[in-house]
Ligand binder design. Structure first.
Ligand code: ATP
Length: 234
């Protein structure tokens, strides 16, 4: 479904991605592991058309590199950014509707998508008129994921959805991600919470300094001593 080949990306003279090759098949939940600065967000930025990149990012037969972000979304590839990036003064519902900007003329379709999101996250239906900034961290993360779902993704890219959340909320968040995947959306998940991410995923890639240094099925990586030492602790 998604195939990255030799993806490179630079910020000025700094090479953040040194040639990333990976794939995600239809229906899979694939994890990108790596410490701060490994290049996970840069990989997403390249795919989403938010930063110029070299190499290739093919999705369902189309080349994504060189497309504008809105065109990438139209292909069915939607990113939920690290740090949520909500508009705190705007209502929950307005934030959600922003995710449907490429389908602005399809009012009926967007209402249907909105109702589906309220089914997935009932608390957001309750708080639909509240300013997004008044919600708890976990609820704000739900808004961010909901907003991405409004873009009708075939492939959903989630950048560190567990960041800054309490352990119980993290558990709930990973359950939600697993549900979204089980209902048919392919997921590419960037995470530092290696244990929880490996637990719910099919396969994983480990990034270090702009390269893939390890890959495998998640169960195998969970038992790998190098992974346990470097990313899980013990
Ligand atoms: P994090 O979880 O901290 O975001 P990451 O794995 O997503 O980590 P990236 O954000 O992709 O990593 O960053 C990869 C490298 O690129 C890092 O060394 C980072 O400092 C650098 N970098 C990221 N954004 C910029 C930028 N706008 N300008 C210059 N360097 C950048």
């Amino acid at each position: 479904m998604l195939t990255l080949t030799d993806l490179t990306l630079s910020y000025g003279s700094f090479r953040a991605l040194e040639g990333i090759s990976l794939h995600a098949d239809s229906g899979e939940l694939v994890v990108l592991l790596g410490a701060n600065g490994a290049g996970k967000s840069s990989t997403f930025r390249a795919i989403s058309g938010l930063h110029k990149a070299g190499g290739s990012a093919r999705f369902g037969g189309a080349e994504l590199l060189g497309l504008k972000s809105a065109q990438v979304v139209r292909h069915g590839v939607v990113q939920c950014p690290e740090g949520r990036k909500l508009f705190p003064m705007m209502s929950v519902e307005k934030n959600l509707l922003l995710g449907a900007y490429v389908y602005a003329s399809d009012k009926a379709g967007n209402q249907q998508a909105l109702q589906q999101i309220y089914q997935t996250f009932p608390i957001l239906a309750e708080k639909r008129n509240d300013p997004a900034g008044s919600l708890s961290g976990g609820q704000q993360q739900m808004v961010a994921i909901g907003r991405a779902l409004m873009g009708r993704p075939k492939l959903l890219m989630l950048d560190e959805p567990s960041l800054g959340l309490a352990p119980l909320v993290v558990k709930q968040m990973f359950g939600i991600i697993q549900d979204i995947n089980r209902r048919g959306t392919t997921v590419l998940l960037a995470e530092q919470n290696a244990y929880a991410a490996l637990k719910i995923s099919n396969r994983a890639y480990v990034m270090e300094r702009g390269r893939i240094v390890m890959e495998g099925d998640s169960k195998t990586l969970l038992g790998d001593e190098r992974i346990r030492k470097a990313y899980i602790g013990g």
